[in-house]
Ligand binder design. Structure first.
Ligand SMILES: [Fe+2]
Length: 274
């Protein structure tokens, strides 16, 4: 009975012309059913990023339960300390933009989280613990649109390429990681292709000279920065953003007033496939 009531009330309102939707009708502490979860997961893959406004600061245990609507909670693997990561640490992990300056941690550069791993996270869930008084928003770029906007010649070239992803440019991450992924992946839910090259972790195209690889990388990094592919969010207390990692990229805006503290959780993913 609860399921039917809630199901009829869920509404996805587009937040941007290309990606993003505000979700209405999902209360924070609502009991959910497989039907509701399926609708939210489908919406996530279609819209790329979902925004929820709960009007109150979301507690850690509430965010943990909310994260589980989208998949299995993942231990945060990019530790910046020698401390062993645990699921509890993930659940209370805090991104403090003053303690961890964005330019140093490269959070203000376009990226997909964890791509140097064989199994990068499938989704991330961020909520404001202390929203900045001004600025400090987060932006997302749609990788479906980035792929579709390319000419068929570039699409054909990229469809056959593989990319090495490394932590070389993130020395604050304690453990080195590298792996190879396709340059273009196919989302298993929508069936759409998405560009899978990002400016923080993508190191080089395999089978190309340095000059060829560098110039194609640079072109794609600039391509991801096309405003028509973007949506942005201004943080408020109680805002939750959920994004599908593989079909979007994100970056923070390193211009804000006051504290900016966000709590981040991730959902376990499998190996991205072409
Ligand atoms: Fe990130």
């Amino acid at each position: 009975m609860i399921a039917d009531d809630v199901l009829t009330k869920i509404r996805f309102e587009k937040a941007g012309a290309t990606l993003g939707a505000r979700v209405h009708g999902v209360p924070l502490n609502q009991a959910t059913t497989p039907a509701i979860t399926a609708q939210l997961r489908q919406g996530l893959h279609e819209h790329g990023v979902l925004f929820f406004e709960f009007g109150e600061t979301v507690k850690s245990e509430q965010q943990t339960a909310f994260t589980r609507l989208f998949g299995e909670l993942e231990v945060y693997r990019f530790s910046t300390s020698d401390e062993k990561p645990t699921e509890e640490k993930n659940a209370t992990g805090c991104i403090d933009a003053i303690a961890q300056p964005m330019r140093q941690y490269r959070t203000n550069m376009w990226h997909t989280d964890g791509t140097p791993f064989e199994h990068p996270p499938q989704a991330a869930i961020l909520t404001a613990l202390e929203a900045p008084k001004l600025g400090g928003g987060t932006m997302w770029s749609c990788m479906y649109a980035a792929y579709e906007d390319l000419s068929s010649h570039y699409q054909h070239l990229l469809d056959g390429l593989e990319v090495l992803h490394t932590t070389k440019r993130t020395p604050f991450v304690k453990q080195y990681a590298e792996t190879v992924h396709p340059a273009v992946i196919r989302d298993p839910v929508t069936g759409k292709r998405a560009l899978f090259v990002n400016s923080v972790y993508s190191e080089r195209f395999l089978g190309m000279s340095d000059r060829e690889s560098d110039s194609l990388m640079q072109f794609l990094f600039e391509h991801v920065n096309t405003p028509e592919f973007h949506v942005s969010l201004t943080w408020q207390q109680g805002t939750v953003a959920v994004w599908e990692e593989r079909v979007t990229q994100h970056r923070a805006i390193d211009s804000f007033v006051g504290p900016r503290k966000l709590r981040r959780m991730t959902v376990r993913g499998d190996r991205p496939a072409a």
